[in-house]
Design a protein around this ligand. Structure first.
Ligand code: COS
Length: 378
């Protein structure tokens, strides 16, 4: 197995590292403070062909592989976790179209999404169904050539800024996971409205919103995949999305590690650099091992994404490990900064808050364990 990056991947990593450090990291401070969705960043991401980096060129993507996508998300997260969440939320939003969309749907929604002309969102989670995604109570009722959606989604990344959502609703509620369907809901559809925006602990620029469907009529041509096959489609999309959250975790962890190394080299205590104390060196070594292990697990899972085989276990392993490794790394990095790490003037405080969501969204760590054990025991 070869983990060497190609020349293209090395170049992209270098370019994005510079962009993340010089543009995204300073902006991250402001969007965090103001709870602001950074519209200008979307334009920049599109100009750098990142909005559909791992999707075929015929669909407006950049035609790169999924390891390259992971590298890109990692570097974006290095500068700004919130921006990484917007980007991964966008991929999650349109991925169902790539997997199961009709040629017309691909042309109208997938292509502009990959080109960065349309922003996407993924509306599955509800106030009463997060981990238990099959317990959705949003109902879609057939009415002539359309389905009428009623229900509320929440915590939906990008919702207020998205040009369309892929929303999941029950078309045969008693059948539970075999009674859910995916719909394209374009912005401006009557009966589709955005409710309250969330006031989150971290990734505050990656805004999430409540979404309300009140007699929202969606034509049948907007059904993605087959009627009642939406749950499996959602799970396939989430499997693929989990590699993105793993990559985001690696980026945040690497940023925290780099900050800890710099601080340990500069800070003098008891007449010596922090870096000269063995206890501190061991912390740094553990952090490095965590980051490297998380990175290669993420790259491995990402490489399977392109094989179009079921890789639920590997994606869940990468997401679980990378998110928890990032937790350990950011926690140690803050500790190394001492009291300064707890202050808002040091970015490690934001990283500590931004990292925490990686253990929760796109499936909590506990859900990843359910998926992994389920596959092991099958
Ligand atoms: N790929 C393809 N099919 C899948 C699948 C996957 N990743 N996961 C489940 N399925 C299929 C199963 O094979 C099963 O099909 P059959 O009944 O035909 O055999 C069907 O879907 C139902 O699966 P299962 O019985 O495992 O469903 P559960 O209700 O028990 O839920 C978990 C499974 C908990 C794994 C799922 O609900 C989940 O991942 N929840 C977390 C959701 C999440 O990540 N939310 C975040 C939203 S995005 S920010």
């Amino acid at each position: 197995m070869n983990f060497d990056l190609t020349e293209e991947q090395k170049d992209l990593k270098e370019i994005l590292h510079k962009y993340a450090t010089e543009v995204l990291a300073p902006r991250a401070v402001e969007i965090d403070k103001n709870n602001r969705f950074p519209k200008e960043t979307i334009k920049e991401l599109a100009e750098q062909d990142l909005m559909g980096i791992a999707y075929p060129e015929e669909y407006g993507g950049a035609g790169a592989d999924s390891v390259t996508e992971a590298i890109a998300v990692e570097e974006i997260a290095y500068g700004c976790g919130a921006t990484a969440s917007i980007l991964t939320g966008h991929y999650l939003g349109f991925d169902a179209l790539y997997l199961a969309g009709t040629p017309e749907q691909k042309e109208e929604y997938l292509k502009p999404a990959c080109l960065g002309e349309k922003l996407a969102g993924f509306a599955l989670t509800e106030p009463g169904s997060g981990s238990d995604a099959g317990a959705s109570s949003t109902i879609a009722t057939e009415d002539g050539d359309a389905y009428v959606l009623n229900g509320t989604k929440h915590f939906i990344t990008n919702a207020a800024d998205a040009d369309f959502l892929i929303a999941f609703a029950m078309t045969d509620k008693p059948k539970k996971t075999h009674g859910m369907t995916a719909f394209i809901v374009p912005k401006g559809t009557p009966g589709f409205s955005i409710g309250a925006g969330d006031d989150k602990m971290g990734i505050r620029g990656g805004r999430t919103w409540e979404v309300i469907f009140d007699h929202c009529r969606i034509p049948k041509k907007n059904i993605v995949g087959e009627i009642n096959h939406g749950f499996k489609l959602a799970m396939q999309v989430i499997d693929r999305g989990r590699t993105g959250i793993a990559a985001m975790s690696v980026g945040i962890a690497q940023a925290a590690l780099d900050m800890a190394v710099s601080y340990a080299k500069e800070r003098i205590v008891f007449g010596e650099r922090l870096a000269d104390f063995q206890g501190l060196r061991w912390m740094l070594a553990e952090m490095e091992a965590d980051v490297e292990a998380a990175r290669y697990l993420t790259y491995y899972a990402s490489s399977l994404k392109d094989k179009h085989i079921r890789f639920s276990k590997q994606a869940a392993c990468a997401k679980l490990f990378a998110a928890e490794a990032a937790h350990r790394v950011v926690d140690k990095a803050l500790q190394i900064h001492g009291g300064y790490g707890y202050m808002k003037e040091y970015p490690i405080e934001r990283l500590y808050r931004d990292q925490r969501i990686t253990e929760i969204f796109e499936g909590t760590s506990q859900i990843q364990k359910i998926v992994i054990a389920g596959q092991l025991l099958k």
